[in-house]
Design a protein around this ligand. Sequence first.
Ligand code: C2G
Length: 129
Amino acid sequence: MKKVITYGTFDLFHIGHLNILRRAKELGDYLIVGVSSDAFNAIKGKKCAIADHERMAIVEAIRYVDEVIVEDNWEQKISDIQKYQVDTFVMGDDWKGHFDYLKEYCNVVYLPRTEGISTTQIKKELKLK
Ligand code: C2G
């Protein structure tokens, strides 16, 4: 079984998130998604509109997703890849190059982002803080 992993905040879930999860799943048979906790987002300097347990429940309900884990630090990726015996790590190409150190442990694939949509833009349009 080829296992794929990806990570993200997935705040205000939108088509860009769905596209990357669909395409990540196409690279294997089993997709694990690390959803950033609110505490980790504070470290990332991101304030979420939706709480972490709700973001996890939404991602868990997506048909392409087989398992959701909590992402609560930058350092957990290597141990996650080893613990879950992951074949491929996937991120959108806004992260291109940032995770090349994982090439020692698994395939690293950066997929093109979906143009014209972002959580930041949605918040601006909805005048959310
Ligand atoms: N994404 C995308 N197209 C968009 C918006 C997002 O492909 N229009 C992708 C991002 O590239 C990322 C995933 O969707 O791979 C989740 O995006 P975010 O929720 O913004 O994740 P981020 O805050 O970048 O956190 O350790 C990695 C971090 O947790 C990533």
